[in-house]
Design a protein around this ligand. Structure first.
Ligand SMILES: [Zn+2]
Ligand SMILES: [Zn+2]
Length: 168
């Protein structure tokens, strides 16, 4: 079976945040765009510049894509969680409701973190400053934390993330 949409989003968040974490903090050459990909002049020879990913779209485009995917995923989640919750009966129901609310909450925190990250990346692209890069790293870390929370919540919950599969 194909990986669920959540799995794809979760893996891409992991890759993006991992790449951003490895980007050196300071860029002296001022080429912010290349720096984000780990390939600017002053990054060259950096031990940590293992972030160039040939064939992958650039950071800004990846965030853009993630945003679209995450928005769709939230829609799918709402659509799938409603009936799932209705079918649950008895004691499990309150528990399930809490779990679904947790997931919904962390999904929307992911959306917010992604917005913050996007703003920070745009800011860094403009200024190429150390403080903006720190913002990028901080927001990427926050995004990853919320993403891992959703991972854990979905793994624990009887709710099947595959239910979020879009109807073809
Ligand atoms: Zn540089
Ligand atoms: Zn660089």
């Amino acid at each position: 079976m194909a990986a669920s949409r959540w799995q794809e989003v979760s893996e891409e968040v992991g890759r993006l945040c991992d790449a951003l974490e490895k980007v050196p903090e300071a860029c002296e050459c001022g080429d912010a765009e290349s720096h984000l990909e780990g390939g600017c002049r002053c990054c060259h020879g950096h031990a940590s510049a293992g972030t160039i990913s040939p064939g992958r779209p650039h950071c800004g485009e990846r965030i853009e894509q993630l945003r679209a995917d995450l928005a769709l995923l939230c829609e799918d989640f709402k659509r799938a969680a409603g009936p799932f919750h209705k079918e649950a009966t008895g004691e499990g129901r309150g528990q399930l409701r809490r779990e679904l609310l947790l997931v919904a909450g962390d999904l929307s925190r992911m959306m917010a973190a992604l917005e913050d990250l996007d703003r920070a990346v745009v800011g860094f692209q403009r200024t190429c400053s150390l403080s903006d890069m720190k913002g990028v790293k901080r927001h990427a870390a926050a995004l990853l934390v919320h993403c891992r929370k959703v991972d854990a919540e979905l793994a624990r919950s009887p709710f099947d993330a595959a239910e979020m599969e879009p109807e073809e």
